[in-house]
Design a protein around this ligand. Structure first.
Ligand code: SF4
Length: 93
């Protein structure tokens, strides 16, 4: 079984950058800088949504190009319906 994490754009980036606190000015910097050009964004988002579905209240950090609040808005929608930030000029939401 291949591990998509080996191809993650954020593989060598400090994890704390993906967990901006309430005072962070712009979590979108992370999305623009790394998630937007990540080759495994879909796999990351799918695994994250599955994990969060099994762990209510465990929604933290920026994964799959989305903040926790943005993922909460998905409400179980199919990830294929989400604009791919790698092919759009602006990050969704
Ligand atoms: S989508 Fe973002 S958080 Fe997920 S692996 Fe890629 S760079 Fe990391």
């Amino acid at each position: 079984m291949s591990d998509w994490r080996q191809d993650a754009e954020c593989r060598d980036i400090p994890t704390n950058l993906f967990y901006p606190d309430a005072h962070d000015k712009d979590p979108y910097v992370v999305k623009q800088r790394w998630c937007r050009r990540c080759r495994v964004l879909e796999e990351c988002l799918t695994d994250t949504l599955n994990h969060e579905a099994r762990n209510p209240g465990g929604r933290h950090g920026i994964y799959g190009g989305m903040t926790p609040a943005e993922r909460a808005l998905l409400g179980g929608r199919q990830t294929e319906l989400i604009p791919d930030p790698r092919t759009t000029t602006e990050v969704p939401f």
